[in-house]
Design a protein around this ligand. Sequence first.
Ligand SMILES: Nc1ccc2ncsc2c1
Length: 239
Amino acid sequence: MKVDIISIFPDYFAPLELSLIGKARTTGVLQLAVHDLRTWTHDVHRTVDDSPYGGGPGMVMRPEPWGEALDAVAAPGATLVVPSPVGRPFTQADAYELAACEHLVFACGRYEGIDQRVIDDAADRMPVREVSLGDYVLFGGEVAVIVIMEAITRLLPGVLGNADSLTEESHAAGLLEAPVYTKPASWRDRAVPDVLRSGDHGRIARWRRTESLLRTAARRPDLFAAYPPENLDAKDRKA
Ligand SMILES: Nc1ccc2ncsc2c1
């Protein structure tokens, strides 16, 4: 997978040289390049923002540098991803879809955002996804890109040592994962549930399923709205 990131703070992406993302880059599973938006400015001050039409607080990112940057970086077949507080919620399903793309270009906005015409112009020649990580506002899109890159990269072939982790984890099957435990069997007078030490794999699977349903019902009942009813079998209904 090829990924290009355009930002006025390219140094923000040093964390993408570490750990499993760094290894994915070394092995060639991920080809990642970070670009400074100011490369595509032509004034002595390398200006990337200006005051908003219609007035209002803050500054807006100018369309010209972005237009030239996307012309240079977003080759045919690329998908443009723009983190934004006004984007559609980013989900694990989106992570899987983006992980299947050949080429992603991330546009990191700052200030009050990017001139809308940049998004509209790009949408005329490539898929554009404006994505939100939640109902809160950051200083810019950079941290969101790091989060999205981690969600995507761990889904790429060979990145996770044990691909089975992907099938059991939260949101993989549309529910929250059951609680997890490891040694010691008792810690500060708190014992691991006996069922997990029983060796009865059928019973363990049922316990985990029940705990997953109960945890989802308590913390994220909204997930059931998107959960296909055919995935809930008769035993679950008893839970
Ligand atoms: N450009 C920008 C500004 C704030 C923000 N917060 C979450 S994503 C994002 C993107």
